[in-house]
Structures are given as C-alpha cells and as structure tokens.
Ligand binder design. Structure first.
Ligand code: AMP
Length: 143
C-alpha cells in the first residue's frame, strides 16, 4: 500500500501559511480546520517549515500568552521530513515513529502534493484490516 492510495481518497489539499503569520493566526486556523499541523511555505510554495499544535504548546509554555504574537517562522520546525506518493505506508509509519511526529507532507516533482496525519494512516489501516477479516470470514464460510 502506497502514500498515493491514501491521497486518492483524502485528496491533495494542504493548509499552508507564510512565515510571517502569528502563532495566534496559526492557532485559529488549526482550530477552524480541525487539523494538527500547517506547512509553512514561501511565496512560490516551497516548504520552509512545519508548525504543529505541539509547537504552539511549547511556545506558550516558554513565553506565556505573549508568545502568540510571535511569527510562526520563529517557532516552526525547519528540517521537514517529507515523503513521495510512491512510498509505502509502512515506510511513512517508520519515519513518523523515528522522528516522533504525526504529520508527513507529501511532495511530487518538488511541489507539495498532500499531507498525511497519523489519523489518516490509522483510519486506512483499520479499513484495510476490516477488509482482510471480511475476506477471510467469507473464505472460511464458503469452504
Ligand atoms: P506533531 O507530532 O506532528 O504534532 O509534531 C511534533 C513535532 O515535530 C513538532 O515540533 C513539529 O513541528 C515537528 N514535525 C511535525 N511533522 C514533521 C515532519 N514531517 N518533519 C519534521 N518535523 C515535523
């Protein structure tokens, strides 16, 4: 199973923000869209970083509510691990476990082509297991 198989049902939309947006703006967008991370991009769409709810919690824990006025460029993770559509879901799960993060932007031809969250992966794996169980049950019943 590949990254492409999840994106084909989930779609390619990615919520992005420019690095000069405040953490307050980012918090609003995360809450409005019910998502956990935003990819920070430049004017041409190149990936500059990623910011997740965890970075917001860290910023407020360190700087108090005043930190919400900071720009996201000062708090994002700059070294972003990405994947491509041909990669397997298992390899994405390994990368997420190794890097201790729950979001994986997908690129195609150097451009953003989607994002997978750990929730997307779990949903897909559960559906896959249910299909396997159902096929096994049908096979046993027909034997
Ligand atoms: P998360 O578990 O996705 O909320 O993120 C935990 C931490 O990892 C935060 O500091 C994020 O900025 C960072 N992070 C999230 N996704 C990635 C990624 N694909 N590559 C590198 N760092 C990431």
């Amino acid at each position: 199973m590949t990254v492409k198989s999840i994106l084909s049902s989930k779609g390619n939309a990615v919520t992005t923000a420019s690095p000069d947006r405040t953490l307050q703006d980012i918090a609003h967008t995360l809450a409005d869209k019910k998502i956990g991370a935003i990819v920070v991009t430049d004017g041409e769409g190149a990936i500059l970083g990623i910011v997740s709810e965890r970075d917001l919690v860290r910023a407020v824990a360190r700087g108090g509510p005043e930190a919400l006025k900071d720009v996201v460029g000062a708090h994002m993770t700059r070294k972003v691990v990405t994947t491509t559509e041909d990669k397997t879901i298992v390899s994405v799960m390994e990368d997420m476990t190794r890097g201790r993060f729950r979001h994986m932007p997908v690129t195609a031809g150097g451009r953003l082509a989607g994002i997978l969250s750990i929730g997307d992966i779990v949903k897909h794996r559960v559906e896959e297991m249910e299909k396997e169980h159902s096929a096994l049950r049908d096979y046993i019943a027909s034997a």
